[in-house]
Design a protein around this ligand. Sequence first.
Ligand code: BTN
Length: 253
Amino acid sequence: MTDFPLLYAAASHVEHLEQTESTNDHLVAVAHLLPVFSVAFTLNQTRGKGRLGRSWLGKPGKTLAISIVLPWLCDSSHVSSWLPIIVGVSVADALRELDIPEISVKWPNDVLCRGKKVAGVLCEAASERRVVAGVGLNLSAHRNELPTATSTSLAIEASLGKNIVDAFCATLVGLLWERVGADGSEVPAVELGALYRTKIGTIGKDVRVHEPGGAVWLGVAEDLDEHGHLLVRSVESGETRQVVASDIVHLRH
Ligand code: BTN
């Protein structure tokens, strides 16, 4: 406990796991027994899960996996689809508070540092009106230890203080508590677009959209709709399409 005093003060309950397959799986199984804003974290996750059924790979000892129990916002479906975006923006804001440079969010919730992915978010429903929000953060991996050429780690981009894990986790939990509230009531139903649209770095960018079915097309990311889905104007047809579950690549010009 003494190694993580800020996190223990910020969260309702903390489980520091030496090793686990997936902090999300661990918390989803016990979320109904725990208060909201309970946390499980490890530096040694062995079977991490990513978005769209992929794996999340992290070098043991060099990647943080943290999962947090949040209240379920499903009563208002347009609010619940914003939750992963709120988590991604909060991860980005927590990293900025720790002076990590050039942080941005790639829709829906990848967090980039100097344009390369440093963190990812996976939100999963649990029982008893709870959601588990999982965050994977590349802490200290060297370039040759990262899963892709488009990934980076905090240690590559910044000089890290000794208590970076404690400070990051505590700041993230604090921001989510503020933005979601103990029962989800802090999430305003109508102003989400106004609040979060400006925080998504994808908006205004030229992008390549990779749909789950294999279609690939180019466009300009224009806005978020009322569900937090991305609106992209196709270069080819000029029509604006709603992008729900696809991969986005930011194109540089
Ligand atoms: C992505 O970028 O595709 C999302 C990655 C999410 C990884 C985190 S690590 C903590 C939590 N536990 C998991 O199994 N996945 C999430």
